[in-house]
Design a protein around this ligand. Structure first.
Ligand code: HEM
Length: 180
């Protein structure tokens, strides 16, 4: 909760003077974190266990296209190399807790960004509310799975990975120059 509050305060998405250029730079930086992290998760899980329903990178790419980037532009975007460690199922759940939880503020952000920049799902802001009306269902299903994992040997790994994910994401966004 402490890390969430700090990151939310530094991310200009909710700030009254957010402009379109900053918004695009934030989405580019989001791509630079989510794309390599998703690849690492896919490699850990193996092809059979992938969850297409929770696939978010395709939506980010769709937004970047809508905001004027070509495939070549997207392929040249910097990607994060300093990702949270992932060599245990506890780490996986900690990372997923942060990346899934990040969908929860979507309703609020969607309205704000449309009000301020006129950008909505069709023209560059689909990622902000990536699960739409499925948000609650997917979050609850994730929490149920997390509760099943509950074990004194595993819980510290979950927490460690969740904190590391917040820290890596914040560092990456700071390096990209999009934080206050
Ligand atoms: C300006 C940006 C953000 C806003 C306005 C925002 C807003 C919110 C809100 C309103 C909730 C609570 C939803 C509920 O309890 O029904 C929430 C939860 C959460 N958010 Fe954010 N958020 C933002 C950014 C992020 C980011 C960037 C991440 C992670 C990278 C994140 C991770 C989480 C997590 C993990 C939770 C779940 C907390 C729990 O266990 O209850 N949020 N956010």
């Amino acid at each position: 909760a402490v890390q969430h509050k700090a990151l939310e305060a530094r991310l200009p998405l909710t700030h009254p003077d957010l402009d379109r250029q900053t918004y695009v730079r934030i989405l580019e930086a989001y791509y630079g974190f989510h794309a390599p992290l998703q690849r690492r998760i896919d490699a850990f899980l193996g092809a059979d266990a992938r969850e297409p329903e929770r696939e978010k990178v395709a939506t980010l790419i769709r937004d970047l296209h809508a905001l004027g980037l070509s495939d070549a532009d997207i392929s040249r975007l910097p990607v994060c190399a300093d990702l949270p460690p992932l060599d245990h199922v506890g780490h996986l759940f900690g990372i997923q807790y942060v990346m899934e939880g990040a969908t929860l503020g979507g309703q609020v952000l969607r309205r704000l960004i449309f009000g301020r920049l006129g950008i909505e799902a069709e023209n560059g802001a689909a990622f902000l509310d990536v699960y739409g009306r499925d948000t609650g269902r997917l979050w609850k299903a994730f929490l149920d799975r997390l509760a099943e994992l509950d074990h004194p040997d595993v819980n510290p790994k979950v927490v460690q990975a969740a904190c590391a994910t917040f820290a890596c994401f914040e560092q990456w966004l700071a390096r990209a120059g999009v934080l206050r």
